[in-house]
Design a binder for this molecule. Sequence first.
Ligand SMILES: [Zn+2]
Length: 84
Amino acid sequence: MLLITCPVSQSDELVADRRIRSVVNHPTHVALSVECPACGSVHVYRTGRRWEDARRRVAEADTRSATAAATAASARAAQELTRA
Ligand SMILES: [Zn+2]
């Protein structure tokens, strides 16, 4: 059994193993093609520690660049204040 969230209906569905259409092993993750009991179409779910790590690294990089942009903006504002 497998718990999935249908991207169409946004509902959580408990799926029997026989509904798994294919399992593809990639270097970073495993892709499961699952026939959805909620909407009837096939959704792909990716699992794996390295896949999760890569996603986390991307999210952290986004946070860092947002912080750097905010720091640069406040530095510019402070410079304008000293000139005034
Ligand atoms: Zn679905």
